[in-house]
Design a protein around this ligand. Structure first.
Ligand code: 8YV
Length: 326
């Protein structure tokens, strides 16, 4: 009997056919919640899951006694109970590398758009307000030659920094659990304690993964340390930032502007003031959302899952301990 896969991400026909070659695939396109009754009733016979964004709880795992592997179509895996998966020997695979450059592009898009007030001023053009002219009260901030502070200096952080240092002549500071001598040599990046980074940077860009150590890493105290001219960009996870403190910092002019691709609650609550603030550029979590990259991410997830269900080591494995226990 073929092993059964539940697919709930965006997979194209070729990718579904590739999975279907050796496995039985139940496809749940557009599945928004793991509470969906059809999905739920398929769990007891599932060997593999492939998809993105669903919150997979330990309770849900209890309903899937045959589960061997999950392939998430994302690099982030904060919506999975990694310890519970590892205890059960279930492999969790993600999609690093293939989205690095696209997500870094989004980071730089937000840096540029927030600095040059691109969205606010594009609205003027739409309204036909061109004649009002641009005076100093609508001028933006330069990006080139400024100081870029990276909070988190993994693959995506380094790729944002590379754009800043090599393309825009920026000085790069970074705060990260471990120093990165190779990036210091390549980009002239300087390892800083976070407080010093916050007070010295013109642009602060967050790329840390969300976990117990990084939840609300940036709050009132951290915004108070930033320059009043600082521009804050988040392309990691909304929960890394205390959003109430961010809103207050923006409203009180403690920082100049923000570019945000991620929010504490997604989809963003209609009550949130953030998208209505003129000094905020808000995007709907599109860090990796290009044709090319989403196709590559889905393909990586398919390849990961096929390998895992064949008993071979997947390309990108989050929980190595689960592999060793298989
Ligand atoms: C995902 C992301 O596409 O990879 C991640 O961690 O945040 C995005 O690139 C998103 O999670 C939906 O899959």
């Amino acid at each position: 009997m073929k092993k059964r896969i539940l697919a709930y991400g965006r997979l194209n026909d070729d990718q579904l056919a590739q999975l279907g070659h050796d496995f039985e695939v139940l496809n749940f396109p557009g599945l928004a919640s793991a509470d969906d009754p059809a999905f739920r009733s398929a769990l007891p016979d599932a060997h593999g899951l492939i998809g993105a964004s669903l919150a997979i709880t330990p309770q849900l795992l209890d309903e899937a006694p045959h589960l061997e592997a999950i392939a998430t179509i994302s690099v982030g895996y904060d919506n999975y109970p990694v310890d519970a998966l590892t205890r059960r020997g279930i492999l969790l695979c993600n999609t690093p590398d293939v989205l690095t450059e696209t997500t870094a592009d989004t980071g730089f898009l937000l840096i540029m758009a927030a600095a040059r007030r691109a969205v606010e001023l594009a609205e003027w053009v739409k309204r036909g307000d061109w004649q009002a002219g641009i005076g100093p009260e609508r001028f933006g901030s330069d990006v080139h030659g400024k100081t870029l502070g990276m909070i988190g200096f993994g693959r995506i952080g380094a790729a944002v920094a590379r754009r800043g240092a090599l393309g825009f002549g920026m000085r790069v500071l970074y705060s990260n659990a471990s120093p990165k001598p190779e990036l210091e040599a390549e980009l002239g990046a300087e390892h800083h304690e976070m407080d010093a980074l916050l007070s010295e940077s013109d642009f602060i860009c967050v790329t840390v993964p969300l976990n117990a150590d990084t939840e609300h890493l940036i709050g009132e105290r951290e915004f108070a340390l930033m320059k009043p001219s600082a521009i804050f960009v988040n392309i990691s996870r909304g929960k890394v930032v205390n959003e109430a403190a961010l809103i207050e910092a923006l409203e009180m002019g403690r920082i100049r502007a923000a570019g945000l691709d991620v929010f504490e609650q997604e989809p963003l609550s209609p009550e949130s003031p953030l998208p209505h603030m003129t000094n905020v550029v808000a995007l709907p979590h599109i860090g990796s959302a290009t044709h090319e990259t989403r196709t590559a991410m889905a393909q990586r997830a398919v390849d990961n899952l096929i390998l895992a269900l064949r008993g071979e080591r997947p390309i990108s494995l989050v929980n190595d301990a689960a592999w060793r226990s298989v």
